[in-house]
Design a protein around this ligand. Structure first.
Ligand SMILES: CC(C)(COP(=O)(O)OP(=O)(O)OC[C@H]1O[C@@H](n2cnc3c(N)ncnc32)[C@H](O)[C@@H]1OP(=O)(O)O)[C@@H](O)C(=O)NCCC(=O)NCCS
Length: 168
């Protein structure tokens, strides 16, 4: 059984989180400052997969309007006030810890936490051929407007905007 477990992310995890991101998203570089900012803005949506001080995965989510995609590798500045719609910015596991059942529990934990905040929907941009994986996590592709289509182009070919309901 894997010794790795999910816990809230802390500032001391950022180096490892940046390293996991670089390994998992070679085509979508984001600067360290982006990770620091998201943790500072919404720590409730940031989790690290760790064992004995070693971090091998992370998840970052925060409030964001439905139908809008946050800019890649940029500061957000501030988050929207409303807490109904959220954006799952990244879920990434180092190859060493994939296929060990770590993905679903953190998606469900996040969904539960957002539901407790009266969250209604959770959106993401699927990259790395992950549409089928995200479907399995309850997300469905959504056809966006021209602005979404343009933003998706900046993520490279094959990126898909997907949404799942949370709460009832
Ligand atoms: C995407 C990622 C987080 C998945 O983690 P993982 O440990 O490899 O996930 P698994 O293969 O164990 O699958 C987790 C679950 O999804 C399901 N799943 C995986 N691939 C699937 C597919 N193609 N179709 C349907 N279900 C799928 C598995 O059956 C499993 O279901 P279970 O929880 O009921 O057992 C991981 O591969 C990763 O970090 N990739 C690099 C970063 C990335 O691409 N992140 C997502 C981009 S938006």
């Amino acid at each position: 059984m894997s010794p790795y477990t999910w816990r809230p992310m802390g500032a001391a995890d950022i180096d490892a989180v940046v390293a996991v991101a670089a390994a998992c998203f070679p085509d979508h570089f984001e600067a360290r400052a982006c990770f620091e900012e998201r943790l500072a803005l919404f720590p409730q949506g940031c989790f690290a997969l760790s064992s004995e001080g070693v971090v091998k995965g992370y998840l970052i989510a925060y409030p964001w309007p439905l139908g809008a995609i946050p800019p890649l590798n940029s500061s957000l500045g501030a988050l929207p006030e409303e807490r109904e719609t959220f954006y799952l910015h990244d879920l990434a596991l180092h190859p060493d810890v994939r296929g060990q059942g770590h993905a679903r529990p953190i998606v469900e934990r996040l969904s539960g936490a957002l539901s407790a905040m009266e969250g209604r929907s959770l959106a993401l941009v699927s990259v790395n051929d992950s549409v089928a994986f995200w479907r399995g996590m309850g997300f469905e592709p959504v056809v966006g407007d021209a602005a979404i289509t343009r933003k998706l182009e900046s993520y490279g070919g094959g990126s898909t905007y997907m949404v799942r309901a949370i709460g009832w």
